[in-house]
Design a protein around this ligand. Structure first.
Ligand SMILES: Cc1ncc(C[n+]2csc(CCOP(=O)(O)OP(=O)(O)O)c2C)c(N)n1
Ligand SMILES: [Mg+2]
Length: 923
């Protein structure tokens, strides 16, 4: 564009302003601008597909070339990746897409010597030949790095990237020292795999070979970290290459790794847990960098379930950021390593990415690395995804994506540095898609050519990245063969000596070390001993007053005002309070005592059932206010977040948070308990078994609204039976409280004991309002695992109804109505760990009475399967009173529900067992 500085013109605002002027009156802008816009409009038509047949005649030659240059630059920025040489298995250079062909831009070979203004391309100035511009574009966008960034809406971010990539043509000069380091890392990566291959023949290790360049990428990120303020990186990664990353990136002692291959695990006590396979174990270490800095690296333990660890890593980083007061999120970085098939296939990838910009969940950007070996087990990309790239999901959060050839280690290292810089600059996600191959089958015992004969013929002919790069460096004169050999000799000696050590000395204990750092002083030993959790009346009053105190000028919704006033009055006048008040008293007292509280879930601020009101919203302005976050300047943090509509990622996130914040009461709430199965992997693979597998405790609390209230099959059951089935070895607590005071004490006890165990709570719905507890119970009480019947006379009791949760109130009402004195009702408030002592003591009071387990859940659901053998073991054989077995948790008809519920309690009173046939089925 003659006469104008196109670096400025790159500034969209200016260009748009001029364009708007020109559209209203072509004479209102400079003549050169007029020509430019005329050209652009013409070009715009071309890009909309009118195509090469559109004549360029009518435009002056200089304008025609300038238009072509502008469009070429834009198009290469956008689509250059289609031509890039990123695939080490490619048959030849990529075919020129029409979208980048010269004819599309209305130019031919003959035009390449014509000159154009180049200031739109970073790093160029003045006029250059069109051919030179095209060469620069090819170098920048079509060598070993193909970049997608034009989908990003942030002009600033696009400009930042273009500026860095175009100035360096995406290939900066690398100092020799860095080349040497890259080479050394590659050699170590390869030798480590080959050593294991020889010494532990046939053992699964999920070799990284073919994708060794992951290690220089990780190394570049770690090396670049101190200068950019990064102190800590939490890594989530799956099986492939994990041992290599442990050995070489996290510098886990080789002896420990070999020891795991020897596999002579002997748990020293039942508290040691069952352990996990070696390629799932976590580890952490402080790594020194060459500039004298230090970075703390943690590799999160994870299950086989691919990508499930992603939200857990995010939650861990968030907790660390909170602990370190890292409000700009610059010092702690999450790094996720993906497989190409898993990245495209697993929904949790998208769910976790969706957390990236949410106030309660953001972590300042995740660095994603895909080890894209172009295969998933035996499945090829064409069957693994509907998208062009394995990474396409990342575009919805506006992340730039670098596709890079794993056989060009220098390009990979460069991209790693750029990605880290981008993350630190913009605190947002960035993706490196490292294209490579998998040398062996899915694991070392697999024959890959059964299914991919051609691919594997090609792979067999590969020399290996370490050797290829060595040869390149030797050829370029950057390195001598002797220097390369010395790397190998040195590392080989280390490997041999570590193996000798393991073979000679007795095997050390396997398993992850736990209960260190913030967990110091805590244990995994459960105890039924009660802890004092009552709170002085004056403190309760203070919290109650806070519920009705708002900043000047803040107007609470008139209806809510009345509710809050009643809450306050009930507390200060020592009357009875509801569940919402009990929660407020629990949270308020904990934060005053220095225990942070974090609760998240769908609509948790208000509460699905409008019972919580953790935040108030000004009736006139909509401004929000959290009273309990403003109790005292010295209080601990209280955070309640409305989550996005995900169970899997959000529960995973909160679980991760709980791993790094044992002092915090971390809670996740389901909208209805029924939706919890959307997070089943997090429950099965982390919450219930993480302690046994990885020696990692968690105090997470899950609040799951549960109970038959006639709201249909998907608003009834949190699947209590499934949680109970997961219970063993004191791994978690499963509770079903009937009173607000029980909730208050249980929440408080969760952070006040010397151990942490997840707590699964079946929370109420209608009982949120109808079940009340006297304030006295908050002052002097404590949590009761079992609540015996205080009103029944044991001598008169002929039948003892044992139950848990809401059905208690239905039974109570029926007994009162029928004025029955021969029936006692005993509540189990904590089903697991099984409250053997208090339950036995309670039931023993009733001598020869008949015992009946009553549950409103169907016979094939609920706690019956769990309680029956345990009651028998205590010496009490119980009959069952429940709904008939059913494949769906509840009827869809409110009418049928009511009939069923009436029959249920009637049967419990008069002993019409063994279990109930529903009203509908009887007819
Ligand atoms: C959720 C889940 N489904 C299935 C599997 C079984 N599985 C293990 S590895 C694998 C293929 C993974 O392919 P990719 O993500 O490309 O990683 P690669 O092994 O190629 O590194 C599959 C299907 C699993 N581990 N997790
Ligand atoms: Mg793969």
């Amino acid at each position: 564009m003659p006469g104008a500085n196109l670096s400025d013109a790159y500034n969209r605002e200016l260009l748009e302003e001029q364009y708007a002027l020109w559209q209203s009156d072509p004479h209102s802008v400079e003549p050169s601008m007029d020509a430019f816009f005329r050209g652009l409009e013409f070009g715009g038509h071309l890009s909309e597909g009118i195509g090469p047949e559109a004549e360029t005649g009518g435009l002056p030659q200089n304008v025609r070339l300038q238009v072509a240059a502008v469009r070429l630059i834009t198009s290469y920025r956008d689509l250059g990746h289609l031509l890039a040489d990123t695939d080490p298995l490619a048959e030849g250079p990529a075919e020129m897409p029409w979208a980048l062909s010269m004819e599309r831009f209305g130019v031919s070979e003959a035009d390449l010597n014509g000159t154009v203004d180049t200031s739109m391309f970073f790093g160029m100035q003045g006029r250059e030949k069109l051919g030179y511009v095209m060469q620069a574009l090819r170098e920048t966008y079509c060598r070993s790095i193909g970049v997608e960034y034009m989908h990003m809406q942030s002009f600033e971010q696009r400009k930042w990237l273009a500026s860095r990539m175009e100035r360096s043509r995406n290939k900066p000069d690398m100092p020799r020292q860095k080349k040497f380091r890259t080479l050394m890392t590659l050699h170590w990566a390869e030798m480590f795999e080959q050593f294991l291959h020889r010494k532990y023949v046939g053992q699964k290790r999920f070799s990284l070979e073919g994708g060794e360049t992951l290690l220089p990428i990780l190394d570049a990120i770690v090396e670049g970290s101190p200068a950019l303020g990064v102190k800590e990186i939490v890594i989530g990664m799956a099986h492939r290459g994990r041992l290599n990353v442990l050995a070489n990136t996290l510098q886990k002692p080789l002896e420990e790794i070999f020891n795991e291959f020897e596999d002579m695990y002997l748990p020293e006590s039942t508290r040691d847990g069952d352990g996990d396979v070696k390629y799932h174990m976590g580890f952490s270490a402080d790594i020194r960098t060459t500039d004298g800095g230090s970075v703390h690296l943690s590799l999160a333990a994870n299950p086989s379930h691919l990508e499930a660890v992603n939200p857990v890593v995010e939650g861990r980083v968030r907790a660390k950021q909170r602990k370190h007061g890292d409000t700009d999120r610059g010092s702690g970085v999450p790094l996720l390593v993906h497989g190409d098939a898993a990245m495209a296939g697993q929904g949790i990838v998208m769910e976790t990415m969706n957390l990236a910009n949410l106030h309660g969940y953001r972590t300042g950007g995740t660095i994603h690395i895909v080890v894209n070996n172009q295969i998933g087990f035996t499945t090829q990309p064409r069957d693994a995804r509907s998208t062009q790239y394995a990474t396409d999901v990342a575009k919805f959060i506006q992340a730039p994506v670098f596709h890079v050839n794993g056989e060009d280690p220098e390009a990979c290292v460069y991209v790693a540095q750029l990605a880290l810089e981008f993350r630190q600059e913009f605190k947002s996600d960035v993706v490196i898609d490292m294209l490579c191959y998998r040398k062996y089958g899915h694991n070392e015992g697999d024959e890959p050519s059964f299914t991919q004969p051609l691919m594997y013929k090609k792979i067999l002919s590969k020399m290996g990245i370490a050797r290829t790069y060595t040869n390149q460096l030797v050829e370029r004169g950057d390195l001598t063969q002797q220097e390369a050999d010395a790397i190998d000799a040195d590392f080989q000696a280390r490997l041999e000596s570590a193996l000798r050590e393991v073979k000679q000395s007795p095997p050390r204990k396997k398993g992850m070390k736990g209960y260190a750092g913030p967990w110091t002083g805590l244990s995994n030993e459960y105890s039924h001993d009660p802890v004092p959790t009552g709170v002085a009346g004056a403190v309760l009053d203070r919290i109650a007053e806070q519920l009705v105190t708002v900043p000047d000028g803040f107007e609470i919704h008139p209806k809510l005002k009345g509710i809050l006033a009643a809450r306050r009055d009930n507390v200060v006048n020592r009357k009875a309070v509801d569940w919402g008040t009990a929660e407020a008293l629990a949270y308020g007292s904990l934060v005053l005592e220095g225990y942070p509280v974090r609760l998240s879930g769908q609509d948790s601020r208000r509460g699905t059932f409008s019972h919580r009101h953790a935040y108030y919203y000004d009736y006139n302005s909509g401004r929000s206010y959290c009273p309990l976050a403003n109790l005292d300047p010295k209080q601990a943090a209280l955070d309640v977040f409305d989550s996005c509509l995900s169970e899997n990622a959000v529960l995973g996130f909160e679980y991760g948070y709980s791993l790094d914040a044992p002092d915090t009461l971390v809670m996740w709430e389901a909208q209805f308990g029924d939706f919890v199965n959307g997070a089943q992997v997090i429950i099965d693979q982390f919450i219930s078994s993480g302690e046994s597998k990885w020696n990692r405790g968690s105090g997470i609390v899950m609040l799951l609204p549960h109970g038959h209230e006639g709201q249909g099959p998907e608003h009834t059951s949190a699947r209590l039976e499934r949680f109970l089935q997961l219970c063993a070895e004191d791994n978690m607590q499963v509770c079903n409280f009937t009173t607000p005071a029980q909730c208050f004490h249980a929440f408080r006890r969760q952070v006040k004991r010397p151990f942490r165990k997840p707590m699964i709570v079946m929370t109420p719905k209608s009982l949120l309002r109808s079940s009340l507890s006297p304030v006295e119970e908050f002052i002097s009480g404590q949590f009761r695992e079992v609540i015996d019947d205080a009103t029944a006379d044991p001598a008169a009791v002929k039948r003892v109804l044992i139950c848990s949760g809401k059905v208690y109130f239905d039974l109570l009402a029926k007994r009162d109505e029928a004025k029955r004195t021969d029936v006692a009702i005993v509540r189990i408030e904590q089903l697991y760990p099984w409250p053997e002592q208090p339950l036995k003591a309670a039931l023993a009071r009733y001598g020869q009475a008949e015992f009946v387990w009553v549950q409103e859940e169907s016979q094939n659901n609920g706690a019956w399967f769990f309680t029956e053998p345990r009651l028998r073991d205590l010496g009490f054989t119980a009959k069952l009173c429940a709904r008939d077995a059913s494949s769906s948790p509840a009827t869809g008809s409110h009418y049928v529900h009511k009939n069923e519920q009436e029959q249920l309690v009637a049967a419990a009173m008069d002993g019409a067992m063994p279990y109930l046939v529903t009203a509908a089925k009887r007819k």
